[in-house]
Design a protein around this ligand. Structure first.
Ligand code: CUV
Ligand code: SF4
Length: 629
């Protein structure tokens, strides 16, 4: 098989040829090198939880040594994926909360959205009258940090959900308690000799996932907006052609905005710009990958270099002075690829040290100085670039990004009411959904997965949905796919959208696919659906809105899928999770959950079929919705 057929991105194909010539191995080579993947692992019925294992379940050996059957083994593995994902998102939020605790008027981190801070403080009964904004910030940060380990009570963020949804959570007993407690409960319950009941394992998974969606992630987004500003629409460009031959190219990859925000500032430092000139460069060019890329494009319009599957290929351009990473979704392979070029692969977090990288620790206490040190390394590396090894591919697309909930609401509201109202309402959005001009809304989110062809499912499904007047919002690497393929440009509405959606887009001046941020920003999507449901006095499961992860791969994505379903939003996956080893797990996740939480999973690895199912399900949901409104 030609490895170039494993991606639909033409820049990636050009760089795969170059990698071949340069003798660089990429994920695509390794994929072809794998003859087949382990069937037990694929089905989720290999257990390595204790030292008597691994125990592998088959018709001949239907139980592990302890007697665990396929349902128990699949369920435990699944729950542990949810715990892993929740831990990652929530630890990200914890770091942001610590950063908020460090904020000060003349320090590195300032309060950029005071109104959002005050609103949150009021929600949390923090005194706001006649107080210094930084005192309020520090108290809010302390309360946020308590959400990780408070001994009593449930998440403070649950109250932002519609009343009816909160009732569902209460009834089904999945209101999440402290975040760390939920994660620990799963690790404990899945230890050998604890929970041995698939219903219970899925129940635990949902509760923990809600600690991710309606606590960790929501906290991550809110506090980031408070510290770095709530995103507003801005123009940018996407795909590897955003690298510039004449400039020092710095790639930001990973997740947390506390580092990337400082790099953005450092890259504008006159001293470093001067140094860039001295080494013969025309300036410093920043571009982002994965979710940290999403964070800085949302708030600063920093160009999008590419997605998860392009991280190695970005270095293959030979034009990158430094790849700066913090945590999550970073290929260890980058160390080897960087070795083949002059690129410095800089790791910065004690949580993600990688052999073969240059480790320059980034601390929030010394943020700006650390960021400058890192950028300086990159600038000084410019002179080591080998011009003969440089190939920057040609394709890039224009995009409008920066659609926070506030931005979406204001865009729609201001046009319809033809006056600026900072506290706009969701009425126009609701009216479009009610009248059927928009048939529904879909969040197409998540990673790239080497089980499929990179970007194919994302782009196919988004195009199908917008053609059928379903407005799409996106985060994560899905958003990067949309941006790369021109779906986040305003003219995409006329090119690809159905008549209703195209009319709305033109009237309001938005693209048919809206960039809502990074993976933790899926909380923005929850808030949008909750706002619509609240406005109509409905539950979230009554709204014609769906979640789709066509190319998901990470444990974080499993946690997300679970909390989206637990929020009452039907969720569609383009990759089968490792649960098929248990018929019960599949029955519950793809069926019975609907009775409990009003939504379920649907999986289809054929993206055309999946798109067709989603469109017909949204139409079915409309029948119910139209009766209610
Ligand atoms: Ni957090 S989790 S590959 S960067 S979206 Fe991208 Fe997004 Fe998945 Fe990772
Ligand atoms: Fe085997 Fe049970 Fe140990 Fe898992 S927990 S490895 S099934 S003995």
């Amino acid at each position: 098989m030609d490895k170039k057929m494993l991606t639909i991105d033409l820049n990636s194909r050009v760089l795969l040829d170059k990698a071949e010539k340069d003798g660089v191995e990429t994920m695509y080579d390794r994929k072809l090198g794998f003859k087949s993947q382990c069937g037990f692992g694929l089905q989720g019925n290999c257990c390595r939880i204790c030292g008597m294992g691994p125990c592998r379940i088959s018709p001949k050996t239907p139980r592990g040594l302890c007697g665990a059957d396929e349902h128990v083994i699949v369920g435990r593995n699944f729950a542990r994926m949810v715990a892993g994902g929740t831990a990652a998102h929530s630890d990200h939020a914890r770091d942001i909360a610590h950063t908020l605790a460090l904020s000060s008027r003349d320090g590195n981190y300032k309060i950029r959205d005071e109104a959002k801070l005050i609103a949150l403080a009021k929600d949390w009964d923090v005194e706001t009258e006649d107080r210094d904004i930084y005192d309020i910030a520090h108290e809010v940060a302390d309360i946020a940090l308590m959400e990780f380990g408070k001994p009593h009570g449930v998440s403070r963020f649950l109250k932002y959900a519609p009343k009816k949804r909160q009732e569902v959570w209460k009834q089904y007993a999945i209101e999440p308690r402290a975040i760390d407690r939920e994660i620990a409960t799963i690790m404990h319950s899945t230890h050998i000799g604890c929970t041995a009941d698939i219903d219970s394992l899925i129940h635990l998974s949902l509760r923990t996932s809600l600690a991710d969606g309606w606590c960790g992630s929501m906290m991550g987004t809110r506090l980031s907006d408070i510290l770095f500003g709530t995103p507003t629409p801005r123009r940018t460009e996407a795909n590897l052609a955003v690298l510039e031959e004449s400039k020092v190219n710095i790639l930001l990859h990973g997740h947390e905005p506390s580092l990337s925000e400082m790099i953005v500032l450092a890259a504008e430092d006159p001293e470093l710009l001067e140094l860039a000139k001295e080494v013969g460069a025309d300036g410093i060019n920043l571009a982002g990958m994965c979710c940290t890329g999403n964070e800085v494009t949302m708030r600063h319009g920093v160009k999008i270099a590419g997605d998860f599957h392009q991280q190695e290929l970005a270095l293959v351009t030979g034009a990158v002075e430094a790849m700066i990473v913090d945590v999550q979704c970073i290929f260890p392979a980058l160390a080897k690829v960087a070795d083949c070029y002059h690129t410095k692969f800089v790791t910065t977090s004690p949580k993600a040290k990688i052999t073969g990288s240059t480790y320059i620790e980034f601390t929030e206490e010394n943020a700006y100085e650390d960021a400058k040190k890192i950028v300086k390394e990159a600038v000084l590396n410019f002179k080591n670039r080998n011009k003969e090894k440089v190939l920057i591919p040609e394709l890039k697309s224009a995009a409008t990004v920066g659609f926070s909930v506030e931005a979406v609401i204001n865009k729609l509201d201001n046009v319809v009411n033809s006056q600026i109202d900072p506290a706009g309402t969701v009425k126009p959005l609701v009216d479009c959904l009610k009248s059927g001009v928009l048939r529904g809304a879909a969040a197409v989110v998540g990673c790239n997965n080497a089980k499929g062809v990179s970007n194919e499912a994302h782009v196919t499904i988004m195009k199908e949905l917008i053609k059928n007047d379903i407005i799409v919002v996106s985060t994560g690497c899905g958003a990067q796919a949309a941006a790369k393929f021109g779906l986040m440009d305003e003219d995409a509405a006329q090119k690809y959208a159905g008549k209703g959606l195209a009319t709305v887009c033109q009237l309001v001046g938005i693209p048919p696919v809206l960039h809502m941020g990074s993976c933790v920003d899926i909380s923005r999507i929850l808030e949008t659906v909750a706002a619509v449901a609240n406005y109509l006095d409905m539950d979230m499961c009554d709204i014609p809105a769906v979640g789709i992860a066509p190319e998901w791969m990470s444990e974080k994505a499993v946690a997300i899928g679970c909390y989206v379903v637990a929020s009452g939003i039907d969720t569609y996956l383009g990759i089968m999770p490792p649960v098929t080893g248990s018929s019960r797990a599949v029955e519950i996740l793809c069926g019975e959950l609907e009775e409990k939480v009003g939504a379920k999973f649907t999986v289809n690895e054929n993206c055309h079929e999946l798109a067709a199912t989603i469109i017909s399900d949204i139409e079915k949901k409309r029948v119910h919705f139209e009766k209610l409104v």
